[in-house]
Design a protein around this ligand. Structure first.
Ligand SMILES: [Zn+2]
Length: 446
């Protein structure tokens, strides 16, 4: 193969990767944008995060461009919100009308407790002003646990860090999917975090982008964290039930006696599944995952983003985990290749195959350990071996480094305790066949 052709293949790979990345970004954007018309608040004090994101296109220093300062009487006694993208502390304070010297004093006072250069977009802040309109108190949530408080007393700024106290409430949301679960949850709860956490919990059982359909019903019991009357965000999901095409999928949170936390099905089986240690019986690993290796044929430095297992011609190759065949065919230097999508997170690919398993086709479901093909030397290869690629969120990673998810079931000694807790949670997360989405705060959580 000449270099141009190789470059061509590499360009194509790069193009495909970029396209996938764009698709991911588009998906996230479309979720955010599509949710805006449904922007109903749970409480008046709850500011939808999306609104802040969309306001971002406004010039940051809009207030400054009006040369006149707003009159003192116009100035609110407090200002609060979330730190904007690319708005450092200085710009924020200027926008709110603070003097340079004042901002400098605040930053200096803060330095020992927290460096105000480190404020992050999306974190909440609140500023209180004096009667004369100058800042008197600044609160900033460093993270979920710590609150920075800058306060002014007798002409001096001082800083301290407080531990944030939350009230944890439990909320149940139920509904029937109209377009997608993402949109349904955005409408009900105003957050993408819940949908993302759900997709992780069910990663091995439900492919959120392929399996869920309009008409599927769901019920979710989760914790919500509040500070006073302000919603901080969703906390832990306690139980979920999804009726997908007539099958019920359950997940329930449980912390075992050793302190290990995980999600289980109603029978106490872990929802995590493991990958096979290797997808075939091999003689030795002939090439490891490397970002930079000397290619044995091309004699140039190029990354090897997979693991090569040397094995005799015709050795059966097995799928590393349950999944669905998404590609079967020639793929440039990979020769005969099969790619399996396991869930919304993981995919694997198997290259240089001599042939495929009989009857295997794209779209077909495969069970872990099922034979999908046989070792060969098709494509760019010096001898019979399997090239094994491992994708996480569409990115090639080293399968030998990736920690296998834990997959333990509830020990029998803890079954009675688990069952009592699971029943209590799952009863409350009973899906509703009602078209209307209900989102009710239940009772203070434990
Ligand atoms: Zn290889």
């Amino acid at each position: 193969m000449d270099r141009d052709r190789l470059r061509n293949i590499q360009d194509k790979d790069q193009f495909k990767r970029n396209r996938r990345r764009h698709r991911r970004i588009l998906l996230v954007l479309s979720v955010l944008i599509a949710s805006v018309p449904a922007g109903l608040s749970l409480r008046e004090t709850t500011e939808p995060r999306t609104e802040l994101l969309l306001n971002r296109s406004e010039p940051v220093n809009a207030a400054l461009s009006n040369a006149d300062e707003p009159g003192v009487e116009d100035r609110p006694a407090t200002a609060s919100g979330e730190i904007e993208v690319k708005e450092p502390f200085y710009d924020l304070m200027k926008r709110l009308g603070a003097e340079d010297a004042e901002i400098l004093n605040m930053a200096q006072a803060s330095r020992k407790a927290f460096d105000l250069h480190m404020i992050k977009a999306g974190q909440a802040y609140e500023i209180r002003f004096d009667a004369d309109g100058s800042p008197a108190r600044f609160e900033y949530e460093i993270d979920d646990q710590r609150l920075l408080i800058l306060s002014m007393s007798s002409g001096e700024w001082s800083a301290e860090i407080e531990t944030i106290e939350y009230q944890v409430w439990e909320r149940v949301v139920k509904g029937v999917i109209k377009d997608s679960l993402y949109l349904s949850l955005m409408e009900a709860c105003q957050t993408t975090a819940l949908a993302i956490n759900l997709a992780d919990i069910f990663a091995w059982d439900i492919d959120f982008s392929l399996d869920l359909r309009p008409g599927d019903a769901y019920g979710i019991l989760y914790q919500e964290r509040w500070r006073g009357d302000r919603l901080i965000g969703p906390g832990r999901i306690l139980a979920v039930q999804i009726i997908n095409q007539g099958d019920t999928y359950s997940a329930v949170y449980y912390k075992d006696d050793s302190g290990q936390e995980d999600y289980y099905d109603s029978a106490g089986r872990s929802l995590q599944k493991q990958f096979l240690k290797s997808p075939l019986r091999f003689k030795y690993i002939s090439s490891y995952f490397s970002k930079n290796r000397l290619h044995p044929i091309l004699k140039i430095q190029r990354p090897h983003l997979g693991v090569d297992y040397a094995a005799p011609y015709g050795t059966p190759v097995r799928t590393a985990a349950d999944g669905r065949v998404v590609y079967k065919g020639r793929d440039g230097h990979m020769g005969n290749m099969i790619k399996i999508r396991h869930n919304g997170i993981y995919s694997t690919a198997y290259g240089h195959l001599s042939r495929y398993a009989k009857g295997l086709g794209v779209g077909q479901s495969v069970k872990q350990g099922e034979i999908i093909g046989y070792v060969g030397s098709t494509g760019l290869s010096t001898g019979p071996h399997l090239h094994y690629s491992f994708y996480k969120h569409g990115k090639l990673i080293n399968p030998l480094r990736e920690k296998n998810p834990r997959a333990k079931s509830i020990p029998s000694s803890e079954h009675p305790k688990f069952e009592a807790s699971a029943r209590r949670f799952l009863d409350r997360a009973q899906p509703s066949e009602n078209e209307k989405i209900t989102a009710a705060i239940d009772r203070p959580g434990a």
